[in-house]
Design a protein around this ligand. Structure first.
Ligand SMILES: Nc1ncnc2c1ncn2[C@@H]1O[C@H](COP(=O)(O)OP(=O)(O)O)[C@@H](O)[C@H]1O
Ligand SMILES: N[C@@H](CCOP(=O)(O)O)C(=O)O
Length: 301
Protein backbone atom coordinates (compact mmCIF):
# COMPACT_ATOMS: atom_id res chain seq x y z
CA UNK A 1 0.00 0.00 0.00
CA UNK A 2 1.30 3.51 -0.85
CA UNK A 3 2.36 5.49 2.18
CA UNK A 4 2.08 8.95 0.61
CA UNK A 5 -1.03 10.69 -0.70
CA UNK A 6 -1.92 14.20 -1.81
CA UNK A 7 -5.35 15.78 -1.27
CA UNK A 8 -6.80 19.05 -2.61
CA UNK A 9 -9.49 20.69 -0.45
CA UNK A 10 -11.57 23.79 -1.24
CA UNK A 11 -12.09 26.77 1.00
CA UNK A 12 -15.66 27.41 2.09
CA UNK A 13 -17.91 30.33 2.90
CA UNK A 14 -20.29 29.52 5.74
CA UNK A 15 -23.56 31.05 6.99
CA UNK A 16 -24.25 33.01 3.76
CA UNK A 17 -26.04 35.63 5.86
CA UNK A 18 -28.89 34.06 7.81
CA UNK A 19 -27.94 30.35 7.65
CA UNK A 20 -25.80 30.42 10.79
CA UNK A 21 -24.00 27.08 11.39
CA UNK A 22 -26.11 25.52 8.60
CA UNK A 23 -25.43 26.84 5.08
CA UNK A 24 -22.04 26.61 3.36
CA UNK A 25 -20.58 26.87 -0.15
CA UNK A 26 -17.37 25.29 -1.44
CA UNK A 27 -15.29 27.89 -3.30
CA UNK A 28 -12.61 27.73 -5.99
CA UNK A 29 -9.70 28.46 -3.64
CA UNK A 30 -7.65 25.44 -2.57
CA UNK A 31 -5.15 23.97 -0.15
CA UNK A 32 -3.04 20.94 -1.09
CA UNK A 33 -1.98 18.58 1.68
CA UNK A 34 0.51 15.75 1.16
CA UNK A 35 0.61 13.13 3.91
CA UNK A 36 3.25 10.46 4.42
CA UNK A 37 2.77 7.87 7.17
CA UNK A 38 5.56 5.62 8.45
CA UNK A 39 6.43 3.55 11.51
CA UNK A 40 9.33 5.76 12.59
CA UNK A 41 7.24 8.05 14.85
CA UNK A 42 7.37 11.86 15.05
CA UNK A 43 5.49 14.68 13.35
CA UNK A 44 7.00 16.95 10.69
CA UNK A 45 5.42 19.78 8.74
CA UNK A 46 6.47 21.90 5.76
CA UNK A 47 4.13 24.75 4.80
CA UNK A 48 4.22 26.91 1.68
CA UNK A 49 1.89 29.86 1.20
CA UNK A 50 -0.70 30.90 3.77
CA UNK A 51 0.28 30.04 7.33
CA UNK A 52 3.95 29.33 6.55
CA UNK A 53 5.84 29.72 9.82
CA UNK A 54 2.65 30.04 11.86
CA UNK A 55 1.09 26.57 11.78
CA UNK A 56 2.30 24.33 14.62
CA UNK A 57 3.93 20.93 13.90
CA UNK A 58 2.47 19.06 16.85
CA UNK A 59 -0.73 17.51 18.15
CA UNK A 60 -2.36 20.96 18.43
CA UNK A 61 -2.42 21.16 14.61
CA UNK A 62 -6.00 20.36 13.51
CA UNK A 63 -4.80 18.41 10.45
CA UNK A 64 -2.61 16.26 12.73
CA UNK A 65 -5.56 15.81 15.13
CA UNK A 66 -7.69 14.66 12.20
CA UNK A 67 -5.03 12.18 11.01
CA UNK A 68 -4.56 10.80 14.53
CA UNK A 69 -8.34 10.35 14.81
CA UNK A 70 -8.35 8.19 11.66
CA UNK A 71 -5.32 6.19 12.84
CA UNK A 72 -7.04 5.49 16.18
CA UNK A 73 -10.38 4.62 14.56
CA UNK A 74 -8.84 2.25 12.02
CA UNK A 75 -6.35 0.70 14.45
CA UNK A 76 -3.47 1.70 12.19
CA UNK A 77 -0.09 1.26 13.90
CA UNK A 78 1.81 3.79 11.76
CA UNK A 79 2.88 6.56 14.12
CA UNK A 80 5.03 8.85 11.97
CA UNK A 81 3.07 11.75 10.44
CA UNK A 82 4.79 13.88 7.81
CA UNK A 83 2.90 16.70 6.14
CA UNK A 84 3.58 19.06 3.26
CA UNK A 85 1.04 21.82 2.75
CA UNK A 86 0.62 24.33 -0.07
CA UNK A 87 -2.00 26.73 1.23
CA UNK A 88 -3.97 29.34 -0.70
CA UNK A 89 -6.79 29.75 1.84
CA UNK A 90 -5.91 32.62 4.21
CA UNK A 91 -6.01 31.68 7.90
CA UNK A 92 -8.64 32.99 10.31
CA UNK A 93 -10.41 35.17 7.71
CA UNK A 94 -13.73 33.33 7.32
CA UNK A 95 -12.91 31.14 4.31
CA UNK A 96 -12.77 27.83 6.14
CA UNK A 97 -9.01 27.27 6.53
CA UNK A 98 -9.49 25.11 9.62
CA UNK A 99 -12.20 23.02 7.92
CA UNK A 100 -9.90 22.51 4.90
CA UNK A 101 -7.04 21.36 7.16
CA UNK A 102 -9.30 18.96 9.07
CA UNK A 103 -10.97 17.52 5.97
CA UNK A 104 -7.59 17.24 4.20
CA UNK A 105 -6.15 15.31 7.15
CA UNK A 106 -9.14 12.96 7.38
CA UNK A 107 -9.38 12.24 3.65
CA UNK A 108 -5.61 11.70 3.30
CA UNK A 109 -5.38 9.40 6.34
CA UNK A 110 -8.44 7.45 5.19
CA UNK A 111 -6.83 6.89 1.78
CA UNK A 112 -3.61 5.59 3.40
CA UNK A 113 -5.40 3.26 5.82
CA UNK A 114 -7.45 1.30 3.31
CA UNK A 115 -10.37 3.64 2.57
CA UNK A 116 -12.66 2.21 5.22
CA UNK A 117 -14.45 5.47 6.07
CA UNK A 118 -17.41 6.79 4.08
CA UNK A 119 -17.78 10.50 3.32
CA UNK A 120 -20.57 10.55 5.93
CA UNK A 121 -18.13 9.11 8.52
CA UNK A 122 -15.68 11.84 7.55
CA UNK A 123 -18.41 14.48 7.97
CA UNK A 124 -19.08 13.22 11.51
CA UNK A 125 -15.40 13.19 12.47
CA UNK A 126 -14.70 16.59 10.88
CA UNK A 127 -17.68 18.15 12.66
CA UNK A 128 -16.48 16.74 15.98
CA UNK A 129 -13.13 18.52 15.55
CA UNK A 130 -14.45 21.75 13.98
CA UNK A 131 -17.46 22.12 16.30
CA UNK A 132 -19.99 23.03 13.59
CA UNK A 133 -20.80 21.33 10.27
CA UNK A 134 -21.34 24.26 7.90
CA UNK A 135 -17.74 24.55 6.58
CA UNK A 136 -16.70 20.89 6.69
CA UNK A 137 -19.77 19.65 4.75
CA UNK A 138 -19.07 21.66 1.55
CA UNK A 139 -15.32 21.05 1.97
CA UNK A 140 -16.09 17.30 1.76
CA UNK A 141 -18.97 17.22 -0.73
CA UNK A 142 -18.42 20.40 -2.77
CA UNK A 143 -21.25 22.64 -3.94
CA UNK A 144 -23.79 24.27 -1.65
CA UNK A 145 -24.74 22.35 1.47
CA UNK A 146 -27.25 22.71 4.27
CA UNK A 147 -26.26 20.89 7.45
CA UNK A 148 -28.01 20.15 10.70
CA UNK A 149 -26.97 18.57 13.98
CA UNK A 150 -29.26 15.77 15.16
CA UNK A 151 -28.41 14.48 18.65
CA UNK A 152 -24.73 15.17 17.99
CA UNK A 153 -24.77 13.72 14.47
CA UNK A 154 -24.27 15.92 11.41
CA UNK A 155 -26.67 15.42 8.51
CA UNK A 156 -26.42 17.31 5.23
CA UNK A 157 -28.19 18.09 1.97
CA UNK A 158 -26.28 19.14 -1.15
CA UNK A 159 -28.16 21.64 -3.32
CA UNK A 160 -27.86 22.34 -7.01
CA UNK A 161 -28.16 26.07 -7.75
CA UNK A 162 -30.49 26.75 -10.67
CA UNK A 163 -28.43 29.68 -11.96
CA UNK A 164 -24.69 30.40 -11.85
CA UNK A 165 -23.31 33.28 -9.82
CA UNK A 166 -19.90 34.50 -8.74
CA UNK A 167 -18.67 35.30 -5.27
CA UNK A 168 -16.39 38.24 -4.59
CA UNK A 169 -14.43 37.58 -1.41
CA UNK A 170 -12.94 40.73 0.07
CA UNK A 171 -10.12 39.72 2.38
CA UNK A 172 -8.91 42.30 4.90
CA UNK A 173 -5.34 42.14 6.17
CA UNK A 174 -6.19 41.11 9.70
CA UNK A 175 -7.10 37.85 11.38
CA UNK A 176 -10.19 37.09 13.39
CA UNK A 177 -10.39 33.61 14.87
CA UNK A 178 -13.75 31.90 14.73
CA UNK A 179 -13.41 31.28 18.45
CA UNK A 180 -13.15 35.05 19.14
CA UNK A 181 -16.01 35.83 16.73
CA UNK A 182 -18.28 33.30 18.48
CA UNK A 183 -17.52 34.83 21.89
CA UNK A 184 -19.40 38.04 21.03
CA UNK A 185 -22.63 36.17 20.22
CA UNK A 186 -25.48 36.30 22.76
CA UNK A 187 -26.88 33.24 24.55
CA UNK A 188 -30.39 34.05 23.35
CA UNK A 189 -32.01 36.34 20.78
CA UNK A 190 -35.39 38.08 20.57
CA UNK A 191 -38.15 35.89 19.07
CA UNK A 192 -38.63 38.45 16.28
CA UNK A 193 -34.98 38.07 15.26
CA UNK A 194 -35.33 34.29 15.13
CA UNK A 195 -38.39 34.70 12.88
CA UNK A 196 -36.44 37.18 10.73
CA UNK A 197 -33.68 34.60 10.18
CA UNK A 198 -36.03 31.65 9.58
CA UNK A 199 -37.75 33.57 6.78
CA UNK A 200 -34.48 34.78 5.22
CA UNK A 201 -32.85 31.32 5.35
CA UNK A 202 -35.88 29.75 3.68
CA UNK A 203 -35.79 32.51 1.05
CA UNK A 204 -32.04 31.97 0.53
CA UNK A 205 -32.44 28.27 -0.22
CA UNK A 206 -35.49 28.93 -2.38
CA UNK A 207 -33.70 31.66 -4.33
CA UNK A 208 -30.67 29.45 -4.99
CA UNK A 209 -32.77 26.45 -6.05
CA UNK A 210 -35.09 28.42 -8.34
CA UNK A 211 -32.52 30.85 -9.73
CA UNK A 212 -34.48 33.86 -8.48
CA UNK A 213 -31.18 35.51 -7.58
CA UNK A 214 -32.66 39.01 -7.30
CA UNK A 215 -34.18 37.80 -4.01
CA UNK A 216 -30.66 37.48 -2.54
CA UNK A 217 -30.73 41.14 -1.49
CA UNK A 218 -33.27 40.11 1.20
CA UNK A 219 -32.21 36.49 1.49
CA UNK A 220 -28.71 37.39 2.76
CA UNK A 221 -30.02 39.54 5.62
CA UNK A 222 -29.22 38.32 9.12
CA UNK A 223 -29.95 39.22 12.74
CA UNK A 224 -28.36 36.25 14.54
CA UNK A 225 -24.63 36.92 14.21
CA UNK A 226 -23.68 39.78 11.89
CA UNK A 227 -24.99 42.62 14.08
CA UNK A 228 -22.91 41.31 17.01
CA UNK A 229 -19.77 40.73 14.94
CA UNK A 230 -19.86 44.14 13.28
CA UNK A 231 -17.91 45.64 16.22
CA UNK A 232 -14.97 43.35 15.32
CA UNK A 233 -14.72 44.44 11.68
CA UNK A 234 -14.06 48.16 11.01
CA UNK A 235 -16.18 49.43 8.12
CA UNK A 236 -18.23 46.23 7.77
CA UNK A 237 -21.58 47.98 7.17
CA UNK A 238 -20.04 50.37 4.65
CA UNK A 239 -18.24 47.58 2.75
CA UNK A 240 -21.48 45.58 2.48
CA UNK A 241 -23.30 48.74 1.34
CA UNK A 242 -20.59 49.42 -1.28
CA UNK A 243 -21.18 45.93 -2.71
CA UNK A 244 -24.92 46.50 -3.03
CA UNK A 245 -24.45 50.01 -4.49
CA UNK A 246 -22.17 48.66 -7.26
CA UNK A 247 -24.70 46.06 -8.36
CA UNK A 248 -24.02 42.97 -6.24
CA UNK A 249 -27.00 40.66 -5.81
CA UNK A 250 -26.35 40.77 -2.08
CA UNK A 251 -23.50 40.62 0.42
CA UNK A 252 -22.76 39.12 3.82
CA UNK A 253 -20.05 38.23 6.27
CA UNK A 254 -18.14 35.14 5.11
CA UNK A 255 -18.23 32.60 7.94
CA UNK A 256 -17.22 34.32 11.15
CA UNK A 257 -15.37 37.01 9.17
CA UNK A 258 -13.49 39.23 8.77
CA UNK A 259 -13.80 38.42 5.05
CA UNK A 260 -16.92 39.90 3.43
CA UNK A 261 -18.55 38.19 0.47
CA UNK A 262 -20.66 39.62 -2.34
CA UNK A 263 -22.76 37.47 -4.65
CA UNK A 264 -22.59 38.78 -8.21
CA UNK A 265 -24.11 38.06 -11.61
CA UNK A 266 -21.64 40.33 -13.42
CA UNK A 267 -19.35 43.33 -12.71
CA UNK A 268 -17.47 41.28 -10.08
CA UNK A 269 -14.30 43.37 -10.45
CA UNK A 270 -16.21 46.61 -10.05
CA UNK A 271 -17.87 45.25 -6.89
CA UNK A 272 -14.54 43.97 -5.52
CA UNK A 273 -12.80 47.30 -6.10
CA UNK A 274 -15.62 49.26 -4.43
CA UNK A 275 -15.56 46.96 -1.40
CA UNK A 276 -11.76 47.21 -1.04
CA UNK A 277 -12.04 51.02 -1.30
CA UNK A 278 -14.67 51.07 1.46
CA UNK A 279 -12.39 49.00 3.72
CA UNK A 280 -9.48 51.35 2.89
CA UNK A 281 -11.56 54.38 3.97
CA UNK A 282 -11.65 52.68 7.39
CA UNK A 283 -7.86 52.24 7.25
CA UNK A 284 -8.13 48.50 6.65
CA UNK A 285 -5.90 47.21 3.83
CA UNK A 286 -7.75 44.54 1.86
CA UNK A 287 -7.73 42.63 -1.43
CA UNK A 288 -10.45 40.84 -3.35
CA UNK A 289 -10.66 37.53 -5.15
CA UNK A 290 -13.46 36.42 -7.49
CA UNK A 291 -14.53 32.85 -6.73
CA UNK A 292 -16.96 30.34 -8.22
CA UNK A 293 -18.61 27.30 -6.64
CA UNK A 294 -16.31 24.29 -6.33
CA UNK A 295 -18.39 21.25 -7.32
CA UNK A 296 -16.08 18.44 -6.21
CA UNK A 297 -15.09 19.00 -2.60
CA UNK A 298 -11.97 17.24 -1.33
CA UNK A 299 -10.22 15.07 -3.94
CA UNK A 300 -7.14 12.89 -4.08
CA UNK A 301 -4.75 14.35 -6.67
N1 LIG B 1 -3.46 24.39 6.84
C1 LIG B 1 -3.65 24.34 8.16
N2 LIG B 1 -3.08 23.38 8.92
C2 LIG B 1 -3.28 23.31 10.24
N3 LIG B 1 -4.03 24.17 10.93
C3 LIG B 1 -4.63 25.15 10.23
C4 LIG B 1 -4.48 25.29 8.83
N4 LIG B 1 -5.20 26.34 8.42
C5 LIG B 1 -5.77 26.85 9.52
N5 LIG B 1 -5.44 26.15 10.61
C6 LIG B 1 -5.86 26.40 12.01
O1 LIG B 1 -7.13 26.98 11.98
C7 LIG B 1 -7.11 28.28 12.59
C8 LIG B 1 -8.06 29.21 11.89
O2 LIG B 1 -9.35 28.67 12.03
P1 LIG B 1 -10.60 29.61 12.24
O3 LIG B 1 -10.34 30.58 13.35
O4 LIG B 1 -11.78 28.72 12.38
O5 LIG B 1 -10.68 30.44 10.90
P2 LIG B 1 -11.04 30.01 9.41
O6 LIG B 1 -11.36 28.54 9.44
O7 LIG B 1 -12.19 30.87 9.07
O8 LIG B 1 -9.85 30.33 8.57
C9 LIG B 1 -5.65 28.72 12.47
O9 LIG B 1 -5.33 29.66 13.45
C10 LIG B 1 -4.93 27.41 12.65
O10 LIG B 1 -4.84 27.08 14.02
N1 LIG C 1 -20.97 29.13 11.50
C1 LIG C 1 -19.61 29.45 11.85
C2 LIG C 1 -18.80 29.55 10.59
C3 LIG C 1 -17.34 29.85 10.82
O1 LIG C 1 -16.69 29.88 9.56
P1 LIG C 1 -15.15 30.28 9.44
O2 LIG C 1 -14.80 30.11 8.00
O3 LIG C 1 -15.02 31.68 9.91
O4 LIG C 1 -14.40 29.32 10.33
C4 LIG C 1 -19.61 30.79 12.59
O5 LIG C 1 -20.21 31.72 12.07
O6 LIG C 1 -19.06 30.87 13.69
Amino acid sequence: MANTVKVRVPGTTANCGPGFDAVGIACTIYNDLELTLNDQGGISLAVMGEGAGAIPADGSNVAVKAIQMVLAKTGCKLNGIHLKMVNNIPLARGLGSSAAAIVGGLVAANELTGNTLTKEDILGMATAIEGHPDNVAPAIFGGITVSIMDSGNAKYLRLQPAKAFSMVAVIPEFNLSTKAARKVLPDSVPFADAVFNVSRTALLIGALCTGELKLLSHALEDRLHQPYREQLIPGMAQVLAAARQTGALGAALSGAGPCLLAFTADDSDEVGKAMVKAFNIHKVPARYQVLAIDEQGAVII
